[in-house]
Design a binder for this molecule. Structure first.
Ligand SMILES: *Cc1c(COP(=O)(O)O)cnc(C)c1O
Length: 811
């Protein structure tokens, strides 16, 4: 994108990025100029990149507005069932270019900008990137969360992460919000989310609380709020909500110690529920249609997805809320709760399955605690009825865990309060049924489902890898963008030399582009013909960045030992953020950067091996690195990664996977053919056996010389000469209490990596496997995931609404 495209190139760039028809383009040009002049009150002599961004964003947003209003009108007229997705984590990425892609406007915008000569192509590319990413995890449908305090940006130069909040850091994103003007304290924060026109408009709703400064909190009786929330008028509750949430975000000592910050989000969901309920309650603020709606109809009119455990307090919320507002008796309220709520589990790691201390709830949410006890009593009565005399099972299934600290098991509460429970990949859903929630499965097998995760092919192919999207469209047409399983048609081209060449060429271009980016932004020089071996995801022991490090050091030792031998050059890139309080994760980052310093500066190595840490890994960086990757590292200990979505992004973008039989890797191997991935290591039953027999790390250390050498180097300060003890904690963990059994998979991982290098020497065979993978990636579209949730859990069908052209306002 660094030079203007020729006319022929511009004509050739067709369908996947939208048509750049002359009417389209001239309309965009007109609107762009109009916004520059009338909205921003600037002309080209004084406009800066920010102004260009706003002019462009307003122009694009106009197209959204028309659709948005038509969508709302349709909802108003047809009153369809609403889906509320409650989550504390949303990973949004940047908005402008995504909106262009989804509206099919990107080519037209590029063309308009080109014709206006306002911004050469490269500036337009920059403008598209002016906003920051959002943060959190996947977002779809009507989703509710807290907007503040989320994002943190990491900066590795200082060896620590700086937190920046999304809003403080950039005002650009504010353009995409809609504020409601009828109150001053609580600002509902609607972010327009689009899907490609052919799919449907979706809305992401982020809740935001704005209030006075930290030191200016009016005295509010929190308990009073909790007790009363169900009966307050909206205007009354708003003032309370505002400061309530603020208060909860300033942890006291005890709370910090318990690291409960995320749990304090729970009360926020009270507010969300109040909002959901407001659609069912006559109020002067509601549109006339809302009158007449009946609370008994609640589950037919709305469905709630509880994403992860945190918002599960909704279950206990919903009862009193319904109780208070609808005057329904317990069994009706509970029945509605149950039929409305569904729970998606996202992890089986015990530390992430929250168990809240009863004494804290007593202080913070006493009424909720009462309700939880009541729920538990009724739940246990049922367990006793279904499994008479099974006292141990009652103990295991109780919502209340006895022990030195009495706790409420929030996952259990979620299961009991929901009509459906699902995992996010087949293997994960099986683990849930077989082990983690086995007792619940035996009692209510019908609740348990699987919904394998997906990624959106708009952002994760069309937007981030237009070259590949185009090469595919030239062979099979462009319908695959909204019907990703059509990628199967590429199987006809696995032996087509021209296609193989095109796919390899796009990859090489993406690698060059990413190399230039690294050089420009980070002064890193890498060899673009080396294998790009990429491991990007949150830093966590279970994701085993350490196993990758052991492989890199092994390669380093081999080259040092026998420098004259031929080696396949590799650039290993590891990137990801560490949770601020997670010491071991931070040490892992330190290890990666330290090992990189030694290897990258060793003249005996040259450009045969490099280890880079990609700092501040986020959606916009993923969009750059994923299309450039040759090898995708998905090497979690079998049974620990629920699904992963990074694995799918790489597969779709033409990287080969080295991975364990974990999460969605299992289904990727099924779809692409196991022989087209590099599958290695223990399967779940092997891990379980090792757990039963006792995992003895030292036995691997004693038996495998290359492993022993690496560990001895770490232990002796080879990679930390100034601080020889620096990595003792890591070594100690690996040798004595490694829950994720890194050494047990070391040998097979190295073997598999050797096979990767061997195949890389044969570009044709490599690219053929790439094509098998792309052809097999159709299952992993989020379109498929969402429609399964819709039909099989939420009980909704796709809307038949037709959206007319954007700029035709209707009475
Ligand atoms: C996709 C994505 C993830 C999830 O990656 P996994 O490999 O599935 O853990 C995390 N962070 C960012 C920025 C992503 O884009």
């Amino acid at each position: 994108m660094s030079r203007p495209l020729t006319d022929q190139e511009r004509r050739k760039q067709i369908s996947v990025r939208g048509l750049a028809g002359p009417e389209n383009v001239s309309e965009l040009k007109k609107n762009y100029n109009r916004h520059l002049h009338f909205t921003l009150v600037k002309d080209r002599n004084v406009a800066n990149p920010r102004d260009y961004y706003f002019a462009l964003a307003h122009t694009v947003r106009d197209h959204l507005v028309g659709r948005w209003i038509r969508t709302q009108q349709h909802y108003y007229e047809h009153d369809p069932k609403r889906i509320y997705y409650l989550s504390l984590e949303f990973y949004m990425g940047r908005t402008l270019q995504n909106t262009m892609v989804n509206l099919g406007l990107e080519n037209a915008c590029d063309e308009a900008a080109y014709q206006l000569c306002i911004t050469p192509q490269k500036d337009l590319a920059k403008i598209k990137q002016l906003t920051d990413d959002g943060s959190g995890q996947s977002a779809r449908f009507c989703s509710v969360t807290i907007r503040k305090y989320h994002a943190f940006s990491s900066c590795i130069l200082t060896q620590c992460q700086r937190r920046l909040t999304w809003l403080e850091n950039n005002f650009f994103n504010n353009l995409w919000r809609w504020t409601s003007s009828n109150n001053e304290t609580t600002v509902p924060f609607f972010v327009r989310m689009t899907a490609q026109v052919k799919v449907k408009n979706k809305t992401l709703q982020l809740k935001h609380k704005e209030g006075s400064s930290d030191f200016d909190l009016p005295a509010i009786d929190l308990k009073q709020y909790i007790y009363c929330s169900a009966n307050l008028q909206p205007s009354q509750s708003r003032a309370l909500e505002t400061n309530f949430v603020r208060l909860l975000y300033i942890p006291t000592k005890e709370e910090q110690q318990l690291d409960l910050s995320s749990e304090y989000c729970a009360p926020l969901f009270v507010c969300c529920l109040a909002e959901i309920l407001s659609h069912f309650r006559p109020s002067v603020l509601d549109p006339p249609r809302a009158y007449g709606r009946r609370i008994n109809n609640f589950n037919a009119r709305s469905a709630t997805l509880l994403s992860n455990v945190a918002p599960c307090s909704c279950n206990s919320e919903r009862c009193p809320v319904l109780d208070g507002r609808g005057g329904a008796p317990w069994h009706t309220a509970w029945d509605i709760t149950n039929r409305t709520c569904a729970y998606t589990n996202h992890t089986v790691l015990p530390e992430a399955l929250e168990r809240w201390p009863v004494h804290l709830l007593e202080n913070l949410l006493p009424r909720h605690l009462e309700i939880m006890f009541e729920i538990n009593q009724r739940h246990l009565n049922r367990v006793a009825l279904v499994f008479p005399g099974d006292v141990d099972r009652m103990r295991r299934m109780s919502l209340v865990e006895e022990g030195s600290v009495k706790r409420i098991n929030m996952a259990h509460l979620c299961i009991v309060g929901s009509h459906a429970v699902n995992g996010v990949a087949q293997i994960h859903s099986d683990i849930i049924k077989d082990t983690v929630f086995h007792d619940f499965y035996e009692m209510d097998a019908h609740k348990f489902q699987n919904k394998t995760n997906g990624i959106t092919p708009r952002r994760w192919l069309v937007l981030c890898n237009p070259g590949l999207a185009e090469v595919i469209a030239e062979r099979i047409g462009d319908e695959y963008i909204t019907h990703l399983d059509q990628l199967k048609k590429l199987l006809d081209f696995v032996n087509d030399d021209a296609f193989i060449r095109d796919v390899a060429k796009v990859k090489q271009e993406n690698k060059l582009k990413f190399s230039r980016y690294l050089e420009k932004e980070y002064k890193l020089k890498i060899n673009p013909s080396s294998m790009f071996d990429v491991h990007v995801k949150r830093i966590h022991e279970y994701k085993r960045q350490l196993l990758n490090c052991l492989h890199v050091i092994t390669l380093y030792n081999r080259i040092k030992k026998d420098p004259s031998k031929q080696y396949v050059p590799r650039t290993v890139m590891i990137g990801g953020k560490a949770a601020p309080g997670y010491h071991m994760a931070k040490m892992i980052i330190k290890l990666i950067t330290s090992v990189g310093d030694v290897i990258n500066n060793d003249p005996a190595i040259g450009d045969r091996l490099k280890l880079l840490f990609l700092e501040n890994y986020r959606v916009s960086l993923a969009e750059k690195v994923v299309p450039a990757a040759d090898l995708s590292e998905q090497i979690s200990t079998a049974g620990t990664e629920a699904s992963g979505t990074g694995n799918m992004k790489f597969m779709l973008n033409g990287a080969l996977t080295i991975g364990t039989m974990d999460g969605a890797n299992v289904e990727m191997a099924e779809e692409a053919g196991e022989e087209n991935l590099f599958i290695f290591g223990m399967r779940v039953p092997d891990v379980e056996k090792l757990d039963r027999d006792g995992y003895d790390a030292k036995s691997y250390y004693d038996r495998i010389p290359e492993l022993r050498q690496v560990i001895d180097q770490l232990n002796s300060g080879y990679f930390s000469t100034k601080q020889p003890d620096l990595f003792k904690d890591i070594v100690n963990m690996l040798m004595n209490h490694d829950r994720f059994k890194v050494f047990a998979d070391y040998e097979d991982y190295i073997k598999s990596q050797d096979a990767v290098s061997a195949l890389y020497k044969n570009p044709r065979e490599w690219t053929r496997k790439v094509i098998f993978n792309i052809a097999g990636s159709g299952k992993f579209s989020s379109d498929r995931t969402i429609s399964q949730y819709a039909r099989e859990i939420w009980g909704v069908e796709p809307s038949t609404m037709k959206i007319p052209p954007p700029d035709v306002p209707r009475e």
